[in-house]
Design a protein around this ligand. Sequence first.
Ligand code: MF3
Ligand code: CO
Ligand code: CO
Length: 252
Amino acid sequence: MNISIKTPEEIEKIRIASQLAAEVLVLLREHVRAGVTTGELNEIAHKHITEVQGGTPATLGYHGFPASICTSLNHQVCHGIPADKTLRDGDILNIDVTVIKDGWHGDTSAMYTVGKPSVRAQRLIDVTYEAMMKGIETVRPDATLGDIGHAIQTHAEASGFSVVREYCGHGIGRNFHEDPQVVHYGKPGEGVRLKEGMVFTIEPMINAGKKEIKLLGDGWTVVTKDHSLSAQWEHTVAVTSDGVDILTQPPA
Ligand code: MF3
Ligand code: CO
Ligand code: CO
């Protein structure tokens, strides 16, 4: 494992990319409506990143991924490919945006609802957000990756939901995915010890049903095996001298 420590100047570069990614999520909020397609959302994001922000969408061409954002609908867990599929009332959608600016990456995702979601779907979305934030709140020098995973897993499972094991958060910087792997389950005190200057994502995928997943034939889209709903939120964070700095937090 080779976890790079970023200088304050490097963290400011990551913050710039992170704020651009967060801005795309805010911009898309008004466009997520019944009748719109995920392909149209991809177009809007692509244009904004390349023409307004002067950035590069990191997913486009990444290991062959064909789009500028990931759109994961209902029982899709992650890495959904935008397409001409129309959103319908009651759908829940994750949009994941990663912007490269000046050679540095910022990575964030959020949940959106179309019209009125079921009570259970809204609860899954809320619990997943709370789980991510509980994980983030453990971050400080000398805490461990196990502390983060434990906080997330405990909250998700206490709510009757399950944590996806196969995909995790990751170090980020000049590279999209760097060490360490930030898993969303674990035991307090276990795993890598955090140090000031580490920068990584926390991005729990939480299923309403069982934790098992499968990969669709397109080679990208991950879905729940039992077809239950899945939710995800993601922030890019930096370890500070006494806590955590959420680099992808949009301005209030
Ligand atoms: N943004 C995703 C993450 O949070 C990765 C997407 S990679 C892609 O790590 F190739 F699927 F786009
Ligand atoms: Co990520
Ligand atoms: Co992401």
